[in-house]
Ligand binder design. Structure first.
Ligand SMILES: *Cc1c(COP(=O)(O)O)cnc(C)c1O
Length: 222
């Protein structure tokens, strides 16, 4: 199927009120422009360097989401333009984003990335750490940040029960934090598991290959 057909097919599967982040990593700006021309405005990238190369070549009303691990020393490069950083996994990173957002007189939206997968994963906050950071945020520690929600990735497995269980853990944390201060976004689900994520309460999904096709890491010229 073409990108256009893929995009329409995904859209048809999304209930109203569920946000689509089109994950464009490794794909050229021409492909992103094609999806933009179909009306998509939110795109996700997982590498700072790649995002910085693509951003100036594309329309300025794209809302760029960073979805991959972010090193503190690279925050400054994306702080001027990034819409949402979905992969906040430490207090140090949150402080740095707050500082850089302040320099540009911006409020940067962030999601706390929480470890929900049973498999060993490198990145993400423990649930207790996420609660702690959210508490500090509520108390006013990060004035140039808006925590708009949570992000999580389930274990890469065929076992639907397992994946559902993990999504529901994040949904329950979302509900708990939402009692303290209203949150907008529960970002869970990718090409293979987004219908399950939506069933489990996701209202934002990050879909890459089901729109753009398989990623080829061997030839990356954007
Ligand atoms: C690449 C990526 C996605 C999209 O993955 P697909 O399987 O291609 O849909 C979603 N979330 C994160 C964090 C990613 O790195």
């Amino acid at each position: 199927m073409s990108i256009k057909e893929n995009y329409k097919a995904i859209q048809d599967q999304l209930p109203s009120g569920v946000q689509l982040v089109a994950v464009s990593k490794t794909h050229p700006v021409s492909a992103i422009q094609e999806v933009y021309d179909l009306g998509q405005r939110i795109f996700g990238e997982n590498k700072v360097q790649e995002l910085m190369e693509k951003q100036p070549l594309l329309p300025s009303d794209i809302q760029w989401h960073l979805i991959g691990h972010l090193q503190t020393n690279k925050v400054k490069y994306i702080a001027p333009f990034v819409d949402t950083i979905q992969s906040v996994d430490s207090q140090k990173l949150l402080s740095e984003i707050n500082k850089e957002a302040g320099k540009h007189n911006r409020i940067i939206k962030v999601l706390l990335q929480v470890k929900i997968a049973a498999e060993e994963t490198k990145f993400g906050l423990e649930i207790s750490e996420a609660k702690d950071l959210f508490q500090q945020y509520i108390e006013g520690s990060f004035p140039n940040i808006e925590i708009t929600g949570l992000m999580g990735m389930a274990t890469f497995t065929e076992d639907e029960q397992q994946v559902r269980k993990e999504f529901l853990i994040l949904k329950s944390l979302f509900d708990e934090l939402n009692e303290l201060k209203t949150l907008d976004t529960l970002s869970m689900g990718m090409s293979d598991d987004f219908p399950l994520a939506i069933e489990s309460g996701a209202n934002s999904v990050r879909v890459g290959s089901a729109i753009f096709g398989r990623r080829d890491y061997s030839k990356q010229n954007f």
